[in-house]
Structure formats: structure tokens, C-alpha cells
Design a protein around this ligand. Sequence first.
Ligand SMILES: Cc1cc2nc3c(=O)[nH]c(=O)nc-3n(C[C@H](O)[C@H](O)[C@H](O)COP(=O)(O)OP(=O)(O)OC[C@H]3O[C@@H](n4cnc5c(N)ncnc54)[C@H](O)[C@@H]3O)c2cc1C
Ligand code: FES
Length: 280
Amino acid sequence: MKTSNLIVEKKKLAYGIHMFWIENELVANNAKAGQFVIFRIHENGERIPLTIAGVKDGTFRVIVKAVGKSTYELCRFEKGDKIIDIVGPLGQPSEIKNYGNVLVIGGGVGIATIIPIVKELKNHRNRVDVILAARNKDYFVLEEEFKEVDNLYFVTNDGSRGMKGYAHEMMEKLLKKKKYDISWAIGPSLMMKACSEVAKKYDLKIWVSLNAIMVDGTGMCGGCRVRISDELKYTCVDGPEFDGRLVDWESFNTRLIQYKEEEKLALEKYLEKVGEPTWL
Ligand SMILES: Cc1cc2nc3c(=O)[nH]c(=O)nc-3n(C[C@H](O)[C@H](O)[C@H](O)COP(=O)(O)OP(=O)(O)OC[C@H]3O[C@@H](n4cnc5c(N)ncnc54)[C@H](O)[C@@H]3O)c2cc1C
Ligand code: FES
């Protein structure tokens, strides 16, 4: 079984957003929509959880957005480089079956991560409407992979393409005139929270994929714990997808920024060492 972890293809999709295809048959042959991997890119590297955004011929794909030291470092990797450790597939797969009318929302790098979910929903003969939301028109990555969907809507914060505004506003606009049986929203936590509020208002089930801070990814460290209704869950083994209407968003968002100062310092120190991140 080929598990070289070799980068066989790399492409910049937008500023700070890079696509990698990596040779690892173990991941590629077992991955299901909604699952993720954890990378370590060098001996002293942090662990980086990334959603599996496609598989083909013994390779799998991740789309990485550079947000801090580790992801800046990863985006510097090129075709021919190797990732030293990859664990996965991890997490519970998305619950895909024939529901009828489905609404899927992808925001920012979440646009890439909804692709396997949308494909599986179509394979199960659902009618799938998709909302893609981005800061501006340059961030609609891999748009050509949404050809099969029934209706595709674009939203940009600056109005450069599609509706000007936010994903949850378009979601509400659609819900006013059409009934959906289930929905997914994957993207920045503020977007997922806002979409979950809309879903609650319209009594619609909504899956969100939580990007909790993770360490081991196997339920041992407790780092990724989240409150769902009155229960504590581990995002890595119980999730990453949860019903957004039941997520305690306040504690989730507080935990997400708990190392903000350390993260800022780590990036500053890294950039002092390597200079301008011209590769982004
Ligand atoms: C299940 C899962 C799937 C993910 N899929 C993707 C993906 O497909 N593409 C992608 O670009 N990003 C994805 N992420 C987020 C990605 O893992 C983080 O952006 C990355 O670990 C940040 O590391 P950093 O050192 O570059 O940034 P840091 O400086 O560590 O942090 C910058 C920001 O990222 C958040 N963050 C830090 N560490 C983690 C962590 N281990 N997990 C989650 N968030 C973190 C912090 O709250 C902070 O806001 C996913 C996260 C999870 C949990
Ligand atoms: S990452 Fe350690 S318990 Fe989930």
C-alpha cells in the first residue's frame, strides 16, 4: 500500500489558499465525506487538522488556508515534498442519504470542504441547492466542481459577485420561498452560528463542521471538547459535524480564541525568521 505522503500536485487557488494532492492509499481508500486528517509537517510541528476534500487514484486532497504559523509553513510546501506524519481518516462521516431537498452552504475555505458532501448527496439522488459565500469574487475556489447541483447561489461581502451580504441572509431568502428537508453549513464559525440561528427559526436541521482546536484527534486529550445541548462532546471522535442548533456557540468561540496571543507571537517570530510570506 502506497503511503509515501508525497505531495504529487500543488496549486494556489487564491491568495493564501492552496490545494495539495497527497499520495496515501490508506487515507484515500477509506475516506468518507465529512472526515478529516491531521498533519504534522516536521519533527517539532504542531498538529494541523484538515478536511479531506476529495480522493482519486490512491491520493487525497486538502485545501489549506494560511491563518497562522503552521498553515503558513504548510503553504510553503511544494510538489515533491513529503508530509512527515498523516493520521486519518478521522471523525464521523457525514450522514448522507436520500432526504429530498437539501441546502448546502460553504463559506471561505468551507467552499472546498463541502465538495465531497455535495457529491455524495447527489449520488443519493437528492435535489441539492448550494450557497457559496466569500469575502469577494476571487475566493470562489473550485467553482467548476459544483456543476451537478440544482441551483447555485453566490454571496460576497463586498457585492463583487452575486448577492451582497452574508451567507445566512441568502439562506433566509431561500427558506422564505422553498422548503428544505435538511441543510449543511461549513465555514467560519460566525457564519455557521448565524446559519444555525436561521435554521432554528425555520425548524430546519443543520449540520455544521466544528473547527475546534485539536491535539491528538483521538479523544484522549480533551482539547476539542464542545458543549452540545447539555452534553460535552469531543469534536474529533463524536464530530466534527453536529446539529448547529444545539451547539453552545459562545463557549465554542471562546475556546477557539484562547491561544490568540501565543498564536500571534508564533507567527510574528516565524515571519521575522523567513521574511515576507511571498509564497502565499
Ligand atoms: C476537523 C477540522 C477540519 C479542518 N479543516 C480545515 C481545512 O480543510 N482547511 C483549512 O485551511 N483549515 C482547516 N481547519 C482549521 C486548521 O486546522 C487551522 O486553521 C490550523 O490548525 C491553524 O494552525 P496555525 O498554526 O496555522 O494557526 P494558529 O496560529 O494556531 O491559529 C490561527 C487560528 O486558527 C485556529 N486554530 C489553531 N489551531 C487549530 C487547530 N488545531 N484546529 C483548528 N483550529 C485551530 C485558532 O483558533 C486561530 O483562530 C480544520 C480544523 C478542524 C478541527
Ligand atoms: S483532539 Fe484531543 S480529544 Fe479531540
